[in-house]
Design a protein around this ligand. Sequence first.
Ligand SMILES: O=C(O)[C@H](O)[C@@H](O)[C@H](O)[C@H](O)COP(=O)(O)O
Length: 247
Amino acid sequence: MATEPLIEVHDDAATLATAVAGELLTRLADAQSAGRVPHVVLTGGSIAGAIHAEVARLSSGTESPPVDWTQVALWWGDDRFVPAASEDRNALQARTAFIEALAIPAAHVHEVPSTDDVATAEEAAQRYADALVEHGADQFEVLMLGVGPDGHVASLFPGFEQLDVRDRDVAAVHDSPKPPPDRVTLTFAALERARSTWFLVSGEEKAEAVARALSPATTSGAETPASVPRGREETTWFLDRAAASRL
Ligand SMILES: O=C(O)[C@H](O)[C@@H](O)[C@H](O)[C@H](O)COP(=O)(O)O
């Protein structure tokens, strides 16, 4: 059952990042207590970077619930189809920010194939779709999504053909309006398989997209892709004051 969005507003990007990181640790610990190996979908972008740094910081302290990082599987909602060592890679950003520090086993870190692995974004998409099946990622514990000023999530951009893909979990993207141009993204078919879907948004330049995505009058996912994904048990928009300023 798709859930109605909840909205949580924090003072600024820093307090937002701390709150989301803390909530993530709680969810992972809870899932593990319930006997699940949580599959988490990470996102790229600036607020994601701040959250990842907070995950590393809070995990090294004693106040957060203990998470067994050998029993967490990581995925990405999208990545850029560039060399694995490129600073444009969302996976590299997360690896440097927390994955290496927490020694998460490589076998549980499911990066989107890069140009080092395959020749085309289409092949990367196919391989990523196969990996989802192979590793039993039929339900995500937490799906995190950044939102662009145009209302995109993952690499699902307004008006792009990938928005209509329903028969595949992963799609290649070319000519992305946000550089770099070649990308690989989960489709709405995969993004609807999360228990908890979290939108992570900071900054005034996102305020209009946030308002559009949350407006009951918005019926077109083609114009505002962020209006579409809903968690099965929970959908939460984590905003800072600036991003919430048009609500
Ligand atoms: O790879 C990407 O570019 C992202 O996954 C993308 O969907 C991002 O999350 C938003 O564009 C928000 O990014 P910012 O937080 O940097 O604005």
